[in-house]
Design a protein around this ligand. Structure first.
Ligand code: HAM
Length: 419
Protein backbone atom coordinates (compact mmCIF):
# COMPACT_ATOMS: atom_id res chain seq x y z
CA UNK A 1 0.00 0.00 0.00
CA UNK A 2 1.56 3.31 -1.06
CA UNK A 3 0.82 6.05 1.44
CA UNK A 4 1.13 9.84 1.42
CA UNK A 5 4.57 11.02 2.52
CA UNK A 6 4.96 11.65 6.26
CA UNK A 7 3.95 15.20 7.14
CA UNK A 8 1.78 15.65 4.04
CA UNK A 9 -1.98 15.52 4.07
CA UNK A 10 -4.80 14.99 1.62
CA UNK A 11 -7.36 17.73 1.76
CA UNK A 12 -10.56 15.81 1.17
CA UNK A 13 -13.85 17.06 -0.30
CA UNK A 14 -15.35 17.07 3.20
CA UNK A 15 -12.57 19.48 4.34
CA UNK A 16 -13.17 21.83 1.41
CA UNK A 17 -16.03 23.99 2.71
CA UNK A 18 -13.78 25.22 5.51
CA UNK A 19 -10.80 25.74 3.18
CA UNK A 20 -12.97 27.63 0.72
CA UNK A 21 -14.41 29.75 3.53
CA UNK A 22 -10.89 30.72 4.63
CA UNK A 23 -9.72 31.32 1.05
CA UNK A 24 -12.75 33.52 0.35
CA UNK A 25 -12.11 35.54 3.48
CA UNK A 26 -8.48 35.98 2.40
CA UNK A 27 -9.48 37.09 -1.10
CA UNK A 28 -12.19 39.45 0.18
CA UNK A 29 -9.91 41.10 2.72
CA UNK A 30 -7.08 41.40 0.19
CA UNK A 31 -9.51 43.02 -2.25
CA UNK A 32 -10.68 45.48 0.41
CA UNK A 33 -7.05 46.54 0.92
CA UNK A 34 -6.28 46.45 -2.84
CA UNK A 35 -3.67 43.65 -2.84
CA UNK A 36 -3.18 41.81 -6.16
CA UNK A 37 -2.51 38.09 -6.36
CA UNK A 38 0.87 36.75 -7.39
CA UNK A 39 1.84 33.15 -8.15
CA UNK A 40 5.45 32.07 -8.39
CA UNK A 41 6.98 28.66 -9.17
CA UNK A 42 6.94 25.99 -6.47
CA UNK A 43 10.69 25.50 -6.84
CA UNK A 44 13.54 27.96 -7.15
CA UNK A 45 17.31 27.98 -7.23
CA UNK A 46 18.53 26.92 -3.79
CA UNK A 47 20.72 29.99 -3.40
CA UNK A 48 17.65 32.27 -3.50
CA UNK A 49 16.50 30.90 -0.14
CA UNK A 50 19.99 30.48 1.30
CA UNK A 51 20.79 34.10 0.57
CA UNK A 52 17.51 35.59 1.80
CA UNK A 53 16.35 33.45 4.72
CA UNK A 54 19.95 33.02 5.91
CA UNK A 55 22.45 30.14 5.97
CA UNK A 56 22.38 29.87 9.76
CA UNK A 57 18.60 29.60 10.10
CA UNK A 58 16.84 26.30 10.89
CA UNK A 59 14.90 26.58 7.62
CA UNK A 60 17.99 26.74 5.40
CA UNK A 61 20.22 24.60 7.63
CA UNK A 62 17.87 21.72 8.31
CA UNK A 63 14.49 21.95 6.73
CA UNK A 64 14.67 22.57 3.01
CA UNK A 65 13.72 20.03 0.37
CA UNK A 66 16.75 20.50 -1.81
CA UNK A 67 17.81 18.30 -4.68
CA UNK A 68 20.05 18.34 -7.71
CA UNK A 69 18.07 18.15 -10.92
CA UNK A 70 19.13 16.39 -14.11
CA UNK A 71 21.01 19.50 -15.24
CA UNK A 72 23.07 19.45 -12.03
CA UNK A 73 21.31 22.55 -10.68
CA UNK A 74 20.55 22.72 -6.99
CA UNK A 75 16.84 23.47 -6.65
CA UNK A 76 14.62 23.77 -3.58
CA UNK A 77 10.90 23.45 -2.98
CA UNK A 78 9.98 26.83 -1.57
CA UNK A 79 9.88 26.88 2.25
CA UNK A 80 8.23 30.34 2.17
CA UNK A 81 7.18 32.94 -0.37
CA UNK A 82 8.86 36.22 0.55
CA UNK A 83 12.11 35.35 -1.22
CA UNK A 84 10.24 34.21 -4.32
CA UNK A 85 8.03 37.31 -4.40
CA UNK A 86 11.03 39.63 -4.08
CA UNK A 87 12.84 37.64 -6.78
CA UNK A 88 9.82 37.97 -9.10
CA UNK A 89 9.55 41.69 -8.27
CA UNK A 90 13.17 42.27 -9.28
CA UNK A 91 13.19 39.93 -12.28
CA UNK A 92 10.01 41.39 -13.79
CA UNK A 93 11.06 45.00 -13.01
CA UNK A 94 7.74 45.55 -11.28
CA UNK A 95 9.10 48.70 -9.67
CA UNK A 96 9.12 50.34 -13.10
CA UNK A 97 5.35 49.87 -13.45
CA UNK A 98 4.43 51.64 -10.24
CA UNK A 99 6.30 52.73 -7.12
CA UNK A 100 4.34 50.57 -4.67
CA UNK A 101 3.27 46.97 -5.16
CA UNK A 102 0.82 45.32 -2.79
CA UNK A 103 0.79 41.58 -3.47
CA UNK A 104 -0.83 38.54 -1.90
CA UNK A 105 -0.65 34.77 -2.29
CA UNK A 106 -2.26 31.53 -1.21
CA UNK A 107 0.16 28.68 -1.80
CA UNK A 108 1.75 25.44 -0.57
CA UNK A 109 5.15 25.56 1.17
CA UNK A 110 7.59 22.76 2.04
CA UNK A 111 9.73 22.31 5.14
CA UNK A 112 11.19 19.07 6.39
CA UNK A 113 10.28 19.57 10.05
CA UNK A 114 9.27 16.94 12.59
CA UNK A 115 5.53 16.54 11.90
CA UNK A 116 3.13 17.16 14.77
CA UNK A 117 -0.24 18.84 15.31
CA UNK A 118 -0.08 22.09 13.33
CA UNK A 119 3.30 21.26 11.81
CA UNK A 120 3.44 19.67 8.39
CA UNK A 121 6.04 19.13 5.70
CA UNK A 122 3.74 20.42 2.99
CA UNK A 123 1.56 23.17 4.40
CA UNK A 124 -0.27 26.18 3.03
CA UNK A 125 0.22 29.83 3.68
CA UNK A 126 -1.67 32.91 2.71
CA UNK A 127 0.33 36.07 2.93
CA UNK A 128 0.96 39.56 1.65
CA UNK A 129 4.04 41.54 0.68
CA UNK A 130 4.15 45.30 0.05
CA UNK A 131 7.21 46.43 -1.88
CA UNK A 132 8.40 49.97 -2.55
CA UNK A 133 7.51 51.91 0.60
CA UNK A 134 8.97 52.18 4.07
CA UNK A 135 5.80 53.75 5.49
CA UNK A 136 4.99 52.42 8.97
CA UNK A 137 1.37 52.48 7.79
CA UNK A 138 2.18 49.36 5.82
CA UNK A 139 3.78 47.64 8.82
CA UNK A 140 0.54 48.23 10.71
CA UNK A 141 -1.50 47.24 7.67
CA UNK A 142 0.15 43.81 7.59
CA UNK A 143 -0.86 43.21 11.20
CA UNK A 144 -4.37 44.48 10.51
CA UNK A 145 -4.70 42.25 7.42
CA UNK A 146 -3.54 39.13 9.23
CA UNK A 147 -5.62 39.89 12.29
CA UNK A 148 -8.80 40.69 10.32
CA UNK A 149 -8.59 37.46 8.33
CA UNK A 150 -7.92 35.35 11.41
CA UNK A 151 -10.79 37.12 13.21
CA UNK A 152 -13.09 36.46 10.25
CA UNK A 153 -12.65 32.76 11.06
CA UNK A 154 -14.34 33.38 14.39
CA UNK A 155 -11.18 32.86 16.47
CA UNK A 156 -11.00 34.64 19.80
CA UNK A 157 -8.14 33.14 21.78
CA UNK A 158 -5.51 35.33 20.10
CA UNK A 159 -2.45 37.34 21.04
CA UNK A 160 -0.70 39.85 18.77
CA UNK A 161 2.95 40.37 19.61
CA UNK A 162 5.12 43.03 18.04
CA UNK A 163 8.76 43.94 18.25
CA UNK A 164 11.40 45.86 16.36
CA UNK A 165 14.71 44.37 15.24
CA UNK A 166 16.05 47.75 14.16
CA UNK A 167 18.63 48.23 11.45
CA UNK A 168 21.71 45.99 11.07
CA UNK A 169 24.12 48.45 12.72
CA UNK A 170 22.07 48.77 15.92
CA UNK A 171 21.48 45.02 15.86
CA UNK A 172 25.18 44.22 15.53
CA UNK A 173 25.88 46.58 18.36
CA UNK A 174 23.23 44.88 20.49
CA UNK A 175 24.52 41.38 19.62
CA UNK A 176 27.81 42.33 21.28
CA UNK A 177 25.93 43.47 24.37
CA UNK A 178 24.04 40.15 24.41
CA UNK A 179 27.31 38.26 23.91
CA UNK A 180 28.81 40.03 26.91
CA UNK A 181 25.78 39.06 28.99
CA UNK A 182 25.79 35.42 27.86
CA UNK A 183 29.55 34.72 27.78
CA UNK A 184 29.90 33.98 31.51
CA UNK A 185 26.77 31.79 31.39
CA UNK A 186 27.63 29.95 28.19
CA UNK A 187 28.23 26.56 29.83
CA UNK A 188 24.79 26.68 31.49
CA UNK A 189 23.04 27.03 28.14
CA UNK A 190 21.70 24.03 26.23
CA UNK A 191 23.89 22.56 23.52
CA UNK A 192 21.63 24.02 20.82
CA UNK A 193 21.86 27.50 22.33
CA UNK A 194 25.63 27.23 22.67
CA UNK A 195 25.72 26.62 18.94
CA UNK A 196 23.38 29.55 18.33
CA UNK A 197 25.66 31.73 20.44
CA UNK A 198 28.12 31.42 17.57
CA UNK A 199 25.79 31.32 14.58
CA UNK A 200 22.57 33.20 15.35
CA UNK A 201 22.65 34.54 18.87
CA UNK A 202 19.21 36.23 18.78
CA UNK A 203 17.52 32.87 18.27
CA UNK A 204 18.50 31.82 21.81
CA UNK A 205 15.39 33.79 22.82
CA UNK A 206 13.35 31.10 21.02
CA UNK A 207 14.78 28.20 23.01
CA UNK A 208 12.18 25.98 24.68
CA UNK A 209 14.80 24.79 27.22
CA UNK A 210 13.83 25.88 30.76
CA UNK A 211 17.31 26.88 31.88
CA UNK A 212 17.86 28.82 28.64
CA UNK A 213 14.56 30.62 29.16
CA UNK A 214 15.51 31.50 32.73
CA UNK A 215 18.82 32.96 31.57
CA UNK A 216 17.20 34.84 28.70
CA UNK A 217 14.60 36.30 31.03
CA UNK A 218 17.17 38.71 32.43
CA UNK A 219 18.97 39.29 29.15
CA UNK A 220 19.24 42.80 27.73
CA UNK A 221 16.77 43.33 24.88
CA UNK A 222 17.27 44.89 21.49
CA UNK A 223 14.34 47.26 21.94
CA UNK A 224 16.39 49.13 24.57
CA UNK A 225 19.27 49.53 22.11
CA UNK A 226 17.50 50.68 18.96
CA UNK A 227 18.66 53.63 16.88
CA UNK A 228 16.43 56.72 16.90
CA UNK A 229 15.02 56.20 13.42
CA UNK A 230 13.91 52.63 14.16
CA UNK A 231 12.37 53.77 17.43
CA UNK A 232 10.47 56.56 15.70
CA UNK A 233 9.16 54.15 13.06
CA UNK A 234 8.11 51.66 15.78
CA UNK A 235 6.23 54.45 17.59
CA UNK A 236 4.32 55.23 14.40
CA UNK A 237 3.37 51.58 13.90
CA UNK A 238 2.03 51.52 17.45
CA UNK A 239 0.04 54.72 16.88
CA UNK A 240 -1.72 53.23 13.84
CA UNK A 241 -2.36 49.98 15.69
CA UNK A 242 -3.76 51.84 18.69
CA UNK A 243 -6.22 53.64 16.41
CA UNK A 244 -7.19 50.34 14.75
CA UNK A 245 -8.33 48.91 18.06
CA UNK A 246 -6.33 45.70 17.60
CA UNK A 247 -5.11 44.51 20.98
CA UNK A 248 -1.36 43.92 20.89
CA UNK A 249 1.55 43.42 23.23
CA UNK A 250 5.12 44.50 22.79
CA UNK A 251 7.34 41.47 23.11
CA UNK A 252 11.01 42.52 23.12
CA UNK A 253 11.97 38.83 23.01
CA UNK A 254 10.17 38.17 19.74
CA UNK A 255 12.87 37.19 17.27
CA UNK A 256 11.85 35.57 14.02
CA UNK A 257 13.38 32.48 12.43
CA UNK A 258 14.35 34.24 9.20
CA UNK A 259 17.33 36.55 8.79
CA UNK A 260 15.92 39.14 6.40
CA UNK A 261 14.00 41.23 8.93
CA UNK A 262 14.69 44.85 9.80
CA UNK A 263 12.58 47.01 12.11
CA UNK A 264 9.03 45.80 12.78
CA UNK A 265 8.37 42.10 13.35
CA UNK A 266 5.19 40.53 14.63
CA UNK A 267 3.37 37.30 15.29
CA UNK A 268 -0.26 36.40 15.93
CA UNK A 269 -0.57 33.44 18.30
CA UNK A 270 -3.46 31.23 19.24
CA UNK A 271 -4.03 29.77 22.68
CA UNK A 272 -6.00 26.87 21.25
CA UNK A 273 -3.56 24.94 19.05
CA UNK A 274 -0.97 23.62 21.48
CA UNK A 275 2.75 24.15 21.09
CA UNK A 276 2.67 25.26 17.42
CA UNK A 277 0.85 28.41 18.43
CA UNK A 278 2.02 30.93 15.82
CA UNK A 279 -0.78 31.37 13.30
CA UNK A 280 0.93 34.19 11.49
CA UNK A 281 4.26 35.96 11.38
CA UNK A 282 5.86 38.75 9.46
CA UNK A 283 7.77 41.95 9.44
CA UNK A 284 9.77 44.47 7.47
CA UNK A 285 12.68 43.49 5.23
CA UNK A 286 14.06 46.70 3.79
CA UNK A 287 17.39 45.26 2.65
CA UNK A 288 16.25 42.05 1.00
CA UNK A 289 15.74 43.33 -2.56
CA UNK A 290 19.28 44.71 -2.57
CA UNK A 291 20.67 41.48 -1.08
CA UNK A 292 19.10 39.62 -3.99
CA UNK A 293 20.74 41.86 -6.55
CA UNK A 294 17.88 44.31 -7.13
CA UNK A 295 17.55 48.01 -6.54
CA UNK A 296 17.07 49.04 -2.93
CA UNK A 297 13.33 48.59 -2.29
CA UNK A 298 11.85 48.55 1.17
CA UNK A 299 9.39 45.75 1.85
CA UNK A 300 7.11 44.42 4.53
CA UNK A 301 4.85 41.38 4.71
CA UNK A 302 3.41 38.46 6.59
CA UNK A 303 2.37 34.87 6.08
CA UNK A 304 -0.15 32.76 7.98
CA UNK A 305 -0.36 28.98 8.28
CA UNK A 306 -3.71 27.84 6.94
CA UNK A 307 -3.70 24.36 8.52
CA UNK A 308 -2.96 25.96 11.90
CA UNK A 309 -5.80 28.45 11.51
CA UNK A 310 -8.19 25.65 10.58
CA UNK A 311 -6.97 23.58 13.53
CA UNK A 312 -7.67 26.54 15.82
CA UNK A 313 -11.16 26.86 14.25
CA UNK A 314 -11.79 23.19 14.97
CA UNK A 315 -10.54 23.46 18.54
CA UNK A 316 -12.53 26.62 19.23
CA UNK A 317 -15.52 25.28 17.31
CA UNK A 318 -15.63 28.69 15.73
CA UNK A 319 -17.28 27.89 12.39
CA UNK A 320 -20.64 26.14 12.26
CA UNK A 321 -20.75 23.03 10.04
CA UNK A 322 -21.09 24.11 6.46
CA UNK A 323 -23.43 21.91 4.45
CA UNK A 324 -22.71 22.11 0.75
CA UNK A 325 -25.95 22.12 -1.24
CA UNK A 326 -26.96 21.65 -4.83
CA UNK A 327 -29.81 23.37 -6.67
CA UNK A 328 -31.42 20.37 -8.31
CA UNK A 329 -31.36 16.59 -8.16
CA UNK A 330 -32.80 14.85 -11.23
CA UNK A 331 -34.58 11.70 -10.07
CA UNK A 332 -34.99 9.53 -13.11
CA UNK A 333 -37.51 6.71 -12.84
CA UNK A 334 -37.73 5.70 -16.46
CA UNK A 335 -34.70 3.64 -17.44
CA UNK A 336 -35.39 4.21 -21.14
CA UNK A 337 -35.02 7.97 -20.65
CA UNK A 338 -31.60 8.02 -19.01
CA UNK A 339 -29.89 10.07 -21.69
CA UNK A 340 -32.84 12.49 -22.01
CA UNK A 341 -32.78 13.05 -18.26
CA UNK A 342 -29.03 13.59 -18.43
CA UNK A 343 -29.41 16.16 -21.20
CA UNK A 344 -32.09 17.94 -19.20
CA UNK A 345 -29.63 18.11 -16.27
CA UNK A 346 -27.04 19.67 -18.57
CA UNK A 347 -29.57 22.25 -19.78
CA UNK A 348 -30.08 23.35 -16.19
CA UNK A 349 -26.30 23.38 -15.64
CA UNK A 350 -26.03 25.58 -18.71
CA UNK A 351 -28.27 28.05 -16.85
CA UNK A 352 -25.90 28.21 -13.94
CA UNK A 353 -27.51 25.70 -11.57
CA UNK A 354 -25.61 22.97 -9.77
CA UNK A 355 -27.29 19.73 -10.71
CA UNK A 356 -26.77 16.09 -9.84
CA UNK A 357 -28.33 13.03 -11.43
CA UNK A 358 -28.12 9.29 -11.05
CA UNK A 359 -25.17 7.43 -12.60
CA UNK A 360 -25.64 4.14 -10.73
CA UNK A 361 -29.05 2.96 -11.92
CA UNK A 362 -30.40 3.35 -8.42
CA UNK A 363 -33.99 2.80 -7.32
CA UNK A 364 -36.11 5.94 -7.05
CA UNK A 365 -35.96 5.62 -3.23
CA UNK A 366 -32.16 5.50 -3.31
CA UNK A 367 -32.09 8.50 -5.67
CA UNK A 368 -34.22 10.52 -3.24
CA UNK A 369 -31.87 9.57 -0.41
CA UNK A 370 -29.04 10.86 -2.57
CA UNK A 371 -30.96 14.09 -3.20
CA UNK A 372 -31.25 14.58 0.57
CA UNK A 373 -27.60 13.79 1.14
CA UNK A 374 -26.71 16.47 -1.42
CA UNK A 375 -29.06 18.95 0.27
CA UNK A 376 -30.84 19.49 -3.02
CA UNK A 377 -33.12 22.54 -3.00
CA UNK A 378 -35.30 21.01 -5.73
CA UNK A 379 -35.94 17.52 -7.06
CA UNK A 380 -37.04 16.98 -10.63
CA UNK A 381 -38.98 13.74 -11.19
CA UNK A 382 -38.18 12.74 -14.71
CA UNK A 383 -40.39 9.97 -16.13
CA UNK A 384 -43.82 8.39 -15.70
CA UNK A 385 -47.16 9.89 -16.70
CA UNK A 386 -45.87 13.44 -16.54
CA UNK A 387 -43.11 12.77 -19.03
CA UNK A 388 -45.61 11.04 -21.33
CA UNK A 389 -47.28 14.48 -21.40
CA UNK A 390 -43.88 16.15 -21.98
CA UNK A 391 -43.82 17.45 -18.38
CA UNK A 392 -41.59 17.12 -15.37
CA UNK A 393 -42.56 17.26 -11.74
CA UNK A 394 -40.58 19.86 -9.79
CA UNK A 395 -40.54 19.56 -6.00
CA UNK A 396 -39.32 22.34 -3.75
CA UNK A 397 -37.56 20.43 -0.95
CA UNK A 398 -37.77 23.38 1.45
CA UNK A 399 -41.57 23.80 1.52
CA UNK A 400 -42.67 20.56 -0.16
CA UNK A 401 -44.54 22.41 -2.94
CA UNK A 402 -44.83 20.46 -6.18
CA UNK A 403 -45.62 21.60 -9.71
CA UNK A 404 -45.93 19.88 -13.07
CA UNK A 405 -44.29 22.02 -15.72
CA UNK A 406 -44.03 21.48 -19.46
CA UNK A 407 -40.55 20.76 -20.81
CA UNK A 408 -41.35 23.35 -23.48
CA UNK A 409 -41.47 26.08 -20.80
CA UNK A 410 -37.84 25.97 -19.77
CA UNK A 411 -38.15 29.60 -18.67
CA UNK A 412 -40.81 28.80 -16.06
CA UNK A 413 -38.71 25.88 -14.76
CA UNK A 414 -35.69 28.14 -14.43
CA UNK A 415 -37.73 30.89 -12.80
CA UNK A 416 -39.14 28.46 -10.21
CA UNK A 417 -35.67 27.13 -9.33
CA UNK A 418 -34.23 30.61 -9.15
CA UNK A 419 -37.01 31.49 -6.67
P1 HAM B 1 7.13 31.89 9.15
O1 HAM B 1 6.97 32.41 10.54
O2 HAM B 1 8.25 30.98 8.88
O3 HAM B 1 7.22 33.18 8.24
O4 HAM B 1 5.79 31.20 8.71
C1 HAM B 1 4.56 31.86 8.79
C2 HAM B 1 3.48 30.91 9.32
O5 HAM B 1 3.44 29.73 8.54
C3 HAM B 1 3.73 30.41 10.74
O6 HAM B 1 3.30 31.35 11.69
C4 HAM B 1 2.88 29.15 10.77
O7 HAM B 1 1.52 29.46 11.02
C5 HAM B 1 3.00 28.63 9.35
N1 HAM B 1 3.98 27.53 9.28
C6 HAM B 1 5.31 27.61 9.25
N2 HAM B 1 5.87 26.38 9.20
C7 HAM B 1 4.85 25.50 9.23
C8 HAM B 1 4.76 24.08 9.17
N3 HAM B 1 5.83 23.29 9.09
N4 HAM B 1 3.52 23.51 9.21
C9 HAM B 1 2.41 24.28 9.27
N5 HAM B 1 2.44 25.63 9.30
C10 HAM B 1 3.62 26.23 9.27
C11 HAM B 1 7.36 33.14 6.87
O8 HAM B 1 7.16 32.16 6.20
C12 HAM B 1 7.66 34.49 6.27
N6 HAM B 1 7.77 34.33 4.82
C13 HAM B 1 6.57 35.48 6.64
C14 HAM B 1 6.78 36.83 6.01
C15 HAM B 1 6.24 37.28 4.89
N7 HAM B 1 7.58 37.76 6.48
C16 HAM B 1 7.54 38.80 5.66
N8 HAM B 1 6.73 38.50 4.68
Amino acid sequence: MIKAIKGTKDILPSDMPLWHFLEENVRNTMREFNYSEIRTPVFEETRLFARSIGESTDIVGKEMYTFTDKSENSVTLRPEMTASVVRAYIENSLDRLQPLHKLFYIAPMFRQERPQAGRLRQFHQFGAEALGSSSPLLDAEMIILGYNIIKSMGLTDLAVKINSLGIPSSRENYKNILKDYLSPKLKELSEESQKRFETNILRIFDSKNEKDAEIMNDAPVLLDHLDDESLESFEQVKTVLDASGIPYQIDPKLVRGLDYYTNTTFEILSGSVGSQSALCGGGRYDLLAEQLGGKASPGVGFAAGMERILLACQNENSIPDQKPEIDVYIANFDKSKISEAYNFANKLRGNGFSVESDYLSRSIKAQLREANKNNARFVVFYGGEELAENKIQLKNMTDGEQANISLDSMDSIIEKIRG
